[in-house]
Design a protein around this ligand. Structure first.
Ligand code: HEM
Length: 446
């Protein structure tokens, strides 16, 4: 890790004693970053949780580092904080090893497998949504996190919805996620990291116990698919690799989708004209199964999803570690430097988007296509070798949810739209109080 002296030529804000820039950035991470970019330019240094980090800002930096033509940048080193809970997951691998494992993982995401997951998800989502309250406020953020976790048990693992095992697994997953963002990185008893490590051990043992059975019986869930997945040359994973890869996959899939849906519901409640457009789009589908063809017609929903991801990306920072000295925008940056890329503030840049703070899904229409102003202008799913492998799955899940919900309900915000906390992971401050009203009652009243 380079010392402060090795980075002395990189500009940056004065260093507060003891805690460095941690508290300032934690308090208002976007505002602080935007201010630093204004003052110091797109390359500046900060010290967070005791580590000096060089921030490389803007779409050119995203393109340069994520495409990584010279193999200078390590995702494994960047995401090192996840190693204790998610050892051996795709995001913690680099270059040839990563490419080999990603090819095997791709088998679980092939179109026919996704079709099977969709059918399972449609039924499960219907059942779960029927149990949600109507005509009284509830916290949508908590409810959607619970729904995606419970659906995860069914779609990701092929477990019964409310079985005791599914519940234990969900608790362990929550503990792992909490541990992955806690600042105390040692497993001191009863701290989040301690609970996370126990959750990890429970999950790894549970997954390991299921492998033999799933290899024999197969199944149309992610886990079963990963047990039998091979690349084009017939390479498959051993037990340890299945356990590692699956453990990371469920984490990567869970909070991200729940956060996007929360942003979307908040936007539909605040922008009735957009809710009407989506209601109309869903009505135009008719009373058909929500299959691939039906979801492909949901282009307005797609725009709202894209805008939600632009305004509140679930992964607003992407870390990398420099493996070699490199030169960027006039600066020499030494090997061993921690780097932070910032898709979050990049997607709020007035150089790329008109009125970037506003909710305006039509900016994604073919006529305006603001996301095409730069190859890396819109990057909620990252880019390059580690680009989100679940992007199409997430889009399908979001459309399925929106159609299922709006077929029967309308969305209202009794207390208005929430403010968003951006770090360590984005969430609405105080949750998202929401009221669902039956669509038929509203039609009658109109
Ligand atoms: C709105 C939802 C989602 C968002 C915004 C999102 C975002 C991201 C981003 C930014 C990365 C790249 C990180 C990096 O380069 O360091 C990533 C990687 C990944 N995502 Fe997603 N994700 C979402 C949903 C999902 C889902 C549903 C799955 C699985 C079903 C998934 C599985 C993964 C995996 C396994 C990786 C690691 C890929 C690799 O390292 O090759 N994600 N995601």
């Amino acid at each position: 890790m380079p010392t402060r002296a090795a980075l002395s030529h990189i500009p940056g804000p004065p260093l507060p004693p003891l805690v460095g820039h941690t508290l300032t950035i934690a308090r208002d991470s976007y505002g602080t970053q935007q201010e630093y970019i204004r003052r110091y330019g797109p390359v500046y240094k900060t010290k967070m949780l005791g580590v000096w980090r060089v921030n490389l800002c803007g779409p050119d930096a995203l393109e340069y580092v994520l495409l990584d033509q010279e193999k200078n940048f390590s995702s494994e080193g960047g995401w090192d904080a996840l190693r204790k809970i998610y050892p051996g997951g795709l995001i913690l691998q680099d270059f040839d090893k990563h490419r080999m494992n990603r090819r095997i993982m791709t088998a679980a995401f092939r179109a026919s497998a996704i079709r099977e997951y969709r059918a399972r998800m449609e039924q499960t989502m219907n059942d779960l949504l029927l149990s949600w309250p109507r005509e009284r406020p509830f916290d949508f953020y908590a409810a959607i996190k619970d729904l995606t976790l419970r659906m995860g048990g069914a779609v990701f693992m092929g477990l019964p919805l409310d079985g005791a095992l599914a519940q234990k697994i969900n608790r362990a997953i929550k503990n792992e996620i909490r541990a992955s963002v806690t600042p105390i990185r040692h497993a001191i008893p009863f701290t989040p990291m301690w609970h996370g490590v126990r959750g990890r051990d429970f999950l790894r043992n549970t997954f390991r116990d299921l492998i033999a059975e799933r290899r024999e019986t197969g199944g149309n869930d992610f886990f079963s698919q990963m047990c039998v997945a091979t690349d084009d040359d017939g390479h498959a994973w051993d037990e340890e690799q299945i356990v590692n890869q699956f453990n990371l996959l469920i984490m990567a899939a869970h909070d991200t989708t729940a956060t996007s849906l929360t942003v979307m519901m908040s936007a539909l409640g605040s922008h009735p004209e957009w809710q009407r457009r989506l209601v109309q789009e869903v009505a135009d589908l008719g009373d058909v199964p929500l299959d691939e063809d039906a979801l492909a017609k949901m282009t307005e929903t797609d725009k709202v999803f894209r805008e939600a991801l632009r305004l509140v990306p679930p992964v607003p920072f992407i870390p990398r570690l420099a493996l070699r000295d490199f030169h960027w925008q006039g600066f020499d940056i030494p090997a061993g430097t921690s780097l932070a890329l910032n898709p979050g503030v990049t997607m709020l840049s007035p150089d790329l988007y008109t009125s970037p703070e506003g909710f305006d899904p039509d900016r994604f229409s073919p006529e305006r296509a603001e996301d095409r102003s730069h190859r890396f202008a819109w990057t909620p799913f990252g880019g390059g070798a580690h680009k989100c492998i679940g992007m199409h799955f997430a889009t399908m899940q979001v459309k399925l949810f929106v159609a299922t919900l709006l077929r029967r309900n309308r969305v209202g915000l009794p207390y208005g739209a929430p403010e968003w906390q951006r770090m360590p992971i984005p969430k609405p401050k105080g949750g998202l109080p929401l009221v669902l009203r039956p669509a038929t009652a509203l039609r009658r009243a109109a």
